[in-house]
Design a binder for this molecule. Structure first.
Ligand code: GSH
Length: 324
């Protein structure tokens, strides 16, 4: 076969790949004109409420969660479900990403649906948004109650007390709500979504802004955790759960794949211990699947890792064994 001059190979290869990269990235990650990732808002925002005329009253066995084990937003719902002891009241249906179709596939088909997109369309036939996990699903009306993790975890914490094996645990106490919300806003922007703003940035400038904000916030949290065990003081709250699911994925996925590479969580004295502590709270470890995280992030975010090679690492038990 005739050999092309290396310069031509490099130039044409770069042109084709960069053009394709921008097309694929804009599909994967909507961007602002300056190249910053802009996450679309979740569309289903109903609530489960004890009001007598509520469309969705609290009940055991009626609602279920669709979750993917790699997803940090879905992971929040699994942690709260487990800490509150709601396994018997709220079932879980697992989904996994399809590398060919680019969406979530149900591990076990239900309602005649094979994909999560079909589940969304069962609930709303003209739905045009992204088909994301988690989904809080109502099996009675075959509808989506809510697909925003931040709201689902508040409902799981507060509205299923009668069916909870740990009703005494309140992760969103009235007295701490103001503090919790301040942390939530800061951590959502700079950390939870911040890692995606790094990984999905489409310009150097957008990446650097996101990366510096991310690490400034992690540095601040690390300082706070030097004086108290949890974000809001002595009490574990939803703010900690929301931070935990991002920290759990950080060193194995976000540090490398999303270029969140100024420091590892392991390099922080307080954040590293805090991550371990939360991981070892009863019920949390069994919601964590590090292999799924590596497989789905490195294996399915094609434009970020076209070769599809999944890095080797120790398992979570080894990585997060208590420090001496
Ligand atoms: N705001 C949503 C975000 C959920 C989300 O982005 N989930 C990702 C998985 S980590 C997803 O399902 N993405 C599929 C897509 O965007 O098409 C929440 O917190 O519930």
């Amino acid at each position: 076969m005739a050999k092309l001059p290396p310069k031509l190979v490099i130039q044409s290869g770069k042109f084709v790949w960069t053009t394709l990269w921008h097309v694929m990235m804009s599909n994967l990650a909507p961007r602002s004109p300056s190249g910053e990732y802009t996450r679309p808002a979740s569309e289903f925002r109903n609530t489960i409420s004890p009001d007598p005329d509520a469309l969705y009253p609290p009940a055991s066995g009626r609602y279920k969660l669709f979750v993917g084990m790699s997803c940090p937003w879905a992971h929040r719902t699994l942690v709260v479900r487990s800490l509150k002891g709601l396994e018997a009241a709220i079932a879980v249906s697992l989904v996994s990403p399809s590398p060919v179709e680019g969406g979530w596939i149900l591990d076990t088909p239900e309602y005649g649906c094979r994909t999560l997109a079909e589940i969304y369309h069962l609930a709303k036939s003209d739905y045009k948004g992204r088909c994301t996990v988690p989904v809080l699903w109502d099996t009675k009306t075959n509808s989506i109650v809510n697909n925003e993790s931040a709201e689902i975890i508040v409902m799981l914490n507060g509205n299923f007390t009668d069916f909870s094996t740990h009703p005494e645990l309140d992760l969103y106490p009235e007295s701490l709500r103001e503090k919790i919300e301040i942390w939530n806003d800061k951590i959502y922007h700079a950390v939870n979504n911040g890692v995606y703003r790094c990984g999905f940035a489409q310009t150097q400038e957008a990446y650097e802004i996101a990366c510096r904000e991310l690490f400034a916030t992690l540095d601040e949290i690390d300082r706070v955790l030097g004086t108290q065990p949890y974000l809001c003081g002595e009490t574990l709250t939803l703010a900690d759960i929301r931070l935990f699911t991002t920290l759990f994925r950080f060193d194995v996925a976000y540090f490398g794949l999303f270029k969140c590479s100024l420091r590892r969580i392991e390099d922080y004295s307080n954040l590293g211990s805090y991550l371990r502590h939360l991981y070892h709270l009863p019920g949390v470890e069994n919601t964590c699947d590090l292999e799924a995280v590596k497989r789905d992030y490195y294996g399915n975010l094609f434009p970020l890792n076209p070769g599809g090679i999944i890095p080797l690492s120790a398992d979570a038990q080894t990585l997060l064994k208590p420090r001496r």
